[in-house]
Design a protein around this ligand. Structure first.
Ligand SMILES: *[C@@H]1O[C@H](CO)[C@@H](O)[C@H](O)[C@H]1NC(C)=O
Ligand SMILES: *[C@@H]1O[C@H](CO)[C@@H](O)[C@H](O)[C@H]1NC(C)=O
Length: 323
């Protein structure tokens, strides 16, 4: 009996030592390595699976049910944080759209997802989804007042403003870390290249958007590196004839214009972007991205309305499944 215990001890001993050494190495890792390797975590290597581009915030583990599903990873001085504000609302395709978005965002270093539900309370579906998404995120909610839920009125105004308010509150006391904000609606498709482009935004940057405004694309017209007009199929007289997916704003600009919000009062349909940008910048100041606005890196994809004609009202399935 005793010899069995002793032999087990000697079998386990090397493994215990290895674990202790790994833990020790982990805690001694310098906060900011001199060699830039922000896109890949060394932990992703040798786990059997493909090399996952985990961010340096640490691997996903037991994300607790908190408002902030995970701690903000240590900001890297050389890499501004990208804040993506996504308004979302309950509908049959919601989880599918959010999954697509999360799969994109998970490949972007130093991104913080601000998901704002159009609801009186945080839904279980979105809470569970975010807890498992493996992304630094913040889960907010604000219901759209009933009087604004009419066709022809702009959508997601309250939700975008809630995201802006959160950003301003979070940074009100600390000196602002470099950051970039953009509005990532959950029905668009984003190229990873877009995030590289927007990360260098100094004030407000702009780029083309595909499949929008009844055209294959819309774009800012650029001459000598400056925006001089708009290629658009709809109301070219708008001060900023650009889609919500076509611009990013530096955190500094958001903080130094604390009153800039999306307006309900006096805002005409389709003027949300212009009304907002007018408060924080001028056309002359805009920074063209995506090769002087000649590359489409984001698309206004719209999911087809799902057909639920055969969804039963009675005799439902015996298990309740979240879709
Ligand atoms: C989330 O935030 C709200 C309001 O800020 C607070 O009342 C609530 O207790 C928080 N929930 C958790 C789980 O921290
Ligand atoms: C954009 O245009 C400006 C002026 O013509 C030029 O100097 C600059 O190199 C261009 N940028 C890119 C990325 O092509």
């Amino acid at each position: 009996m005793k010899s069995v215990l002793v032999s087990r001890f000697f079998i386990l001993l090397p493994w215990i030592l290895i674990v202790i050494i790994m833990l020790d190495v982990d805690t001694r890792r310098p906060a900011a390595p001199l060699t830039p390797r922000p896109y890949f975590s060394p932990y992703a290597v040798g786990r059997g699976g493909p090399r996952l581009p985990l961010r340096r915030g640490g691997p996903v583990r037991g994300a607790e049910k908190r408002n902030e599903s995970r701690q903000q990873p240590q900001p890297q001085p050389q890499l501004p944080t990208i804040y993506a504000i996504t308004p979302t609302y309950s509908r049959p395709v919601q989880k599918a759209e959010l999954t697509r978005l999360a799969n994109t965002f998970r490949q972007v270093a130093q991104l913080h997802w601000i998901l704002v539900e159009d609801a009186a309370a945080r839904s279980e579906l979105v809470s569970r989804f975010l807890a498992r998404a493996g992304l630094p995120s913040t889960h907010l909610h604000v219901p759209t007042p009933r009087r604004y839920k009419r066709p022809g009125l702009p959508r997601a105004t309250e939700q975008r403003n809630a995201g802006l308010a959160w950003l301003r509150q979070r940074h009100q006391h600390q000196r602002a870390q470099p950051g970039v904000l953009f509005f990532a609606d959950d029905d668009n498709t984003y190229s990873l290249e877009l995030f590289q482009e927007m990360r260098t935004t100094r004030k407000v940057s702009v780029w083309p958007v595909g499949l929008v405004g009844g055209r294959r694309y819309e774009r800012p017209l650029v001459e000598n590196g400056k925006v001089v007009g708009w290629y658009t199929g709809w109301r070219a007289d708008r001060p900023f004839a650009i889609d919500m997916a076509g611009f990013a704003v530096s955190l500094q600009v958001i903080l130094s214009n604390p009153k800039a919000v999306f307006k309900r009062r006096g805002s005409q349909p389709g003027m949300q972007e212009s009304d907002f940008l007018k408060q924080i910048t001028t056309v002359e100041e805009l920074e063209p991205k995506a090769n002087n606005c000649t590359k489409v890196l984001v698309w206004h994809t719209r999911t087809e309305k799902v057909n639920l004609a055969n969804e039963p009202k009675y005799h439902l399935d015996t298990v309740k499944i979240e879709v």
